[in-house]
Design a protein around this ligand. Structure first.
Ligand code: ADP
Ligand code: MG
Length: 353
């Protein structure tokens, strides 16, 4: 693996916006710094500008005037894609279907004039790294989806790119395979030390793979942070609801308490406005006996999810509250229960969206 390690370049996207010829504003001006060997995930719903951002970094799309892309501090804005030393993997495999696995992986090396012996050595190393030993001479159209994505990944890193760009590479695979490949990919990216920019609309993928996550919303950056930052301290309601499950509460405030139908709920800090918007994660709420805890409510439904149960409680807040409870507690719909919620689990959000 040694010969592939440590080629990561830093990336700066500076004031890059994108307006397409038909007038569509895909990206508002944004600046973003990505450290060497970092894995940065661009996360957001379909149409929010993730692919556009990636294509600008790759050199497949030019930013609007004034925008610049720098690798290791060097302005690459007018450098064409084939001279940017980037590797790319897409949702659809974009492999050569009638070539063998080995020829696909070695293709970029061949057109760069790397000799046969060195090529064979590097291909062998990548075959081992991506777990596709034994398939070298198969044609790509005789492979499964997961095998094809491994080949695509091996081909992308074969040229020892400074930057690896992945656009929803696992989206086309079924759930079980996606989970497994996600784990493999994570280990591979960490081992390679290539700077990686990974596009996905899947928040659990973003959490597992990202050193940092950029949450995008309609062409703008809603928040940048570590998975923990984004999960525990979302900046606004959009981020809170996009990442994981979130109870959003709108409530009058009196003396630092939310005044809810099922009781008074203490919050940390000053909510100066008369009405607050707050977020509570389902796993931070504890079900206790009716009468204890800060809120009282009635269990509306219980879903057993295996490792936990998801309980919906009515009458406690302005709308039903979702609670994730251990799978060992007894809970039935109709039960009167109390809810214990620590003040620091109640995260105040700016009003509106
Ligand atoms: P994402 O990858 O997050 O789904 P995209 O970056 O592909 O989003 O697209 C962002 C917006 O730009 C969308 O509204 C999309 O329809 C639009 N768009 C993308 N490519 C073009 C294009 N070549 N011409 C016009 N509009 C485009
Ligand atoms: Mg896209």
């Amino acid at each position: 693996m040694s010969m592939f390690v440590g080629h990561g370049a830093s990336v700066r996207v500076e004031a890059c916006g994108k307006t397409f010829a038909d007038g569509t504003r895909a990206l508002e001006r944004a600046t973003l710094d990505i450290a060497r060997a970092e894995t940065l995930v661009l996360l957001g719903p379909s149409g929010c500008g993730k692919t556009t951002m990636l294509r600008i970094i790759a050199g497949l799309e030019a930013p609007d005037t004034g925008g610049r892309v720098l690798f290791d501090g060097i302005d690459m804005t007018s450098v064409p894609i084939e001279r940017r030393n980037v590797g790319m993997v897409f949702q659809s495999y974009a492999l050569f279907p009638n070539m063998s696995v080995a020829d696909n992986i070695g293709y970029g090396l061949k057109i760069r004039g790397v000799g046969r012996t060195e090529r064979a050595g590097r291909v062998a190393e990548l075959v081992a790294l991506t777990n596709i030993g034994g398939l070298e001479s198969r044609r790509v159209d005789q492979l499964s989806g997961g095998q094809r994505q491994r080949v695509a990944l091996a081909r992308a890193v074969a040229i020892r790119p400074g930057i690896l760009l992945l656009d929803e590479p696992l989206t086309a695979l079924d759930a079980a395979l996606r989970d497994r490949l996600r784990g493999e990919l994570n280990r591979l990216l960490r081992a390679l030390g290539i700077t990686t920019i990974y596009v996905t609309h899947d928040q659990s993928e973003a959490m597992e793979l990202g050193d940092r996550i950029v949450v995008m919303q309609r062409g703008t950056i809603a928040q940048i942070g570590t998975p923990r930052d984004i999960y525990f301290t979302p900046k606004n309601r959009f981020v809170a609801e996009f990442i994981g499950a979130a109870n959003i509460i709108e409530s009058p405030v009196v003396d630092n308490h939310l005044m809810l139908p099922g009781g008074r709920l203490a919050i940390v800090g000053d909510a100066n406005s008369a009405v607050a918007v707050a977020m509570i994660r389902p796993e931070t709420i504890r079900i206790v006996e009716a009468g204890s805890g800060s809120l009282t409510g009635t269990i509306d439904s219980v879903s057993f999810i295996g490792d936990r149960q998801r309980i919906v409680v009515a009458g406690a807040s302005d709308k039903p509250l979702t609670v994730d409870a251990p799978n060992t507690i007894r809970a039935r719909s109709g039960d009167r229960i109390g809810l214990s919620i620590s003040p620091d689990a109640v995260r105040l959000l700016p009003p509106g969206n």
